[in-house]
Every structure is written in C-alpha cells, then in structure tokens.
Ligand binder design. Sequence first.
Ligand code: SAH
Ligand code: SF4
Length: 475
Amino acid sequence: MQNKYPVDKYSDHSASLARLQELNSRFAMTNGRPPRAYVQTFGCQMSEEEGEKILGVLLDSGMVETDSQNMADVIIYNTCCVRENAEQKVYGHLGVLKGLKRQNPNLIIGIMGCMTQQPVVVEEIKRSYRHVDIISGTGNINRLPDMLCEVIDKGNRVVELSGTECTSEGTPKAPRNNTKARVTIMYGCNNFCSYCIVPYVRGRERSRSVEDIMEEVKNLAASGVKEITLLGQNVNSYGSERGLPGGQAFAELLHMVCRVPGLKRVRFMTSHPKDLSDHIIEAVATEPLMCNQIHLPLQSGSTEILRQMNRKYTADQYMELLTRIRNRIPDVTISTDLITGFPGETEEQHRESMEFIEKCGFDMAYIFIYSRRTGTPAAKREDLVPEDVVHRRFEQLQQIITDSSYRSSKAQEGTVLQVMHEGPSQSNPNMMTGRTEGNKIVLYKYDKCVPGDILNVKIDTAKTWYLEGTVITED
Ligand code: SAH
Ligand code: SF4
C-alpha cells in the first residue's frame, strides 16, 4: 500500500543537519561541552511521541539532553491545544523563560506542537513573547535543523506553521523508555466532533504506508523494544483515505505487527466507537500478543448530547458494541474518555449520562471538563453550563469511575495475571512495578528480572488505582 500524501523525509534535510552539526561542534570547542537541549511536552500520547522525535533530532545534531531548563542552550516546548488549560500552562512557562533569555541572550527558545497551528496563537506569541525564536507546528519536526540554522546563522526569528497535508518519515527518536514504544500510524482526523479542535490543527486523516510502519516496528523490536502502542486519532479508519474497507486495513496491520519477532505486547489507541469493526475485535481476540484492552471514548452517556457532539452513535449503539466486545473477549479491560459540562447539558441529561456510565462498568476513565475551543461549532454556543455546576458534575462522574475501577481491581484479587516488568516503583523504592495487559500498575517484590520480562503475578490486594501481588514464575 503506497502513501497517497507527499512524504517529507528526514534525509531530505541532510544539508542543514550537517551545518547544524558543524555549528554544534564549534560550540563544543568554544565552551568545552556540547550544547544542551531541553524538550518539554504538554499533551497526549501522540504529542509525547512527537516530543521524542524533537529530542531525537536535537541529539542527532550533536546536542546532549538536560532535564533542567536553567542549564539549557536550546529549549523547545512541544504544546497541545485540545483543552484551554494546557495552553494556559504553556503561556505561564513562556513568561518564565523571558528571565532566562535575559541572562543568556544566546539561548534559543522554540515552541512547536498543535497549539502553534492556530494563527491567533502565532500572532499572540509573535506580539507578546518576543524572546521566542522558533514558532512551528506539528508536522515540521524534520525541518528543525533548517530552522535552528536560520536562527544561529542569520539571527532570524523563524515562524513556520506546518502544512497539514503530508506525512513525515525517518525522524530519529529519543525514547523515554527502552522497552515500550509508540508508533504513529496515521495523522489528523476527519470526524469533526463539535467540541474538538484536532481536525483543524492536525488536518485530515493521512495514513502512513504499511511498509514504513513495519520497518519502524521491526527496527524497534530489533533494538530491544517489547511493547508497541500504535497511535492515531481514530486508528480504526487507518487506510480508509485510500478506499480500503472500514477496519480491515487496520486489522491486517495488527496481524502483521503481532508477527514481528521479539515483541511481547501490542496495543493501540484511540478507537472511535462508530468505526470499531468486528475485524479489529477479532484481531484482539485471536492474536496472542494483542493486549486485551480497548480505549473506547464514550464522551457522554446521553444520546441527545452525543448527537450535539456529532459523535455519530447513540448510547444504545455504544452499549451494543461494548457487549459485542465483552462477549468475544471476556477478560477485556475497557477504558474511556468523558466530557462533562458540554454547552446546554441539562441536569436530566447529566443524570442519564451518569446512569449509563454506571451500566458500562468501565475499568478506567479520563474525565474532562468541557473547554471552549475557538473555531469549533460548539464554541458558538452561549448556553454554557455554570462553572459550579460543572465542577459538581465532574466530581459525581469521578465518584462513579473510582467505584467501578475499584470493583474491577477487586475482581482480580486471587487471580494470576501476566505483568510486564518495568523496574523499581517511583513511589515505593522497596517494591518493583509492572503493568497488566489492562495497563493496571502492579507492585511486587522481585529482583531476578529485567524490564520487559513477563511475570506471572498472583494478585493479593486490590487498591483503586493499582494492585499488589506476589511473583509466582517468569513466563
Ligand atoms: N481522537 C480521540 C481523542 C482525541 S482528544 C478520540 O476521539 O477519542 C482526547 C480527549 O480529549 C477526547 O476523547 C475528549 O474526551 C477530550 N477533548 C477533546 N476536545 C475537548 C474539549 N474541547 N473539551 C474537553 N475535552 C475535550
Ligand atoms: Fe477530536 Fe473527535 Fe477527532 Fe477525536 S474523533 S480527535 S474527539 S474530532
């Protein structure tokens, strides 16, 4: 299957990469050390993967990573605009950088990611944050060497919104984790949920070719990665812009990824309920490497609110899908996303939603307060739910999810689960930690294994957000 969209290759930028490498080695000779790069990501799993690519390019140019922005020579903020509070956080951080730039005028500050795909944001940064040198979007990571050379060689400020009609390949990555990796399989979204800014800032769906994805997955497995998460805004429609029937191309891709030697686990996110086909359910049910876990954003349990959100399914259709999944994969873990306080959401619709969410019995959920995003259809609505009401509804939803998550953990007490070992727990260094297929954290005492090993762990105690157990055997 060939790419339908133009592909921007990292190797096409080799001339500016070579120039940046030269500038960085000159810096190292003058300063007795290479330039230090600091990359901070605000946002979803896809942004996290883009952050790894930004750092990968900077390291490839001869920089070293620092975890302190006070020590950095290059600071890149990789931003998110899905909700307003993520944007406010970035503006707050940018304000602080003004002082750093005053102390070190050679400091290069860049802002990338989906926030800077909005023209109004670009204007605001250009006007009010003059210490920012590079303003660039989501699809320009391969062009980072070109942009840095422009700043260093010419002293120019670079402003480049990225086109949203191509895909990029070959970008080096600096992963945060050596055993688990994320692989983006498609960019953009075609769904236009009425509250969501993603289709506007990330453009229409563009799928990477099977060949490019498989090459990346094989290289990751050969480098020791054991778990792959395939990423996209709606992975079920992978390949559909090339006219492939719904869900089939993605299911075929899952089968291929599961055959890559060295891998132990495969996951994917996110699935849109209107598109999760039986092909995909069947792939999860039958492929031993597929984790029995599906993230299936519901958003609301009120059919009328779902209609206003332009989600294209009813609560009943969602329940029918959930039943189909659970019948075919009995031990499946289901997580979801919920939005509370959508404009006009009445008390009755909220109650209806709560009852439905209770019935779904989710293992886990991310709950978001509706955030008004300029340019989306919902942003035009003036019937906003008062803030105090939204907060009360948020807490009610949180209680339902805390209870159902605890029930789901409690049901695992006494069972033996397969856990992929990660290493010492950050909160309790006497304990080791790993994750179940359902992505729940398990704590145990065991030191005869390395990250990526699969352990059989008997679950002794269930807490709401994690489990405690005893290692029985290694797989
Ligand atoms: N493509 C994925 C998720 C994209 S964004 C999907 O459709 O499931 C991740 C989550 O952010 C969404 O599922 C939604 O719950 C939330 N979200 C998106 N826009 C939002 C907004 N304007 N306000 C609050 N939450 C929002
Ligand atoms: Fe946004 Fe809807 Fe697309 Fe998800 S499916 S990214 S919520 S428009």
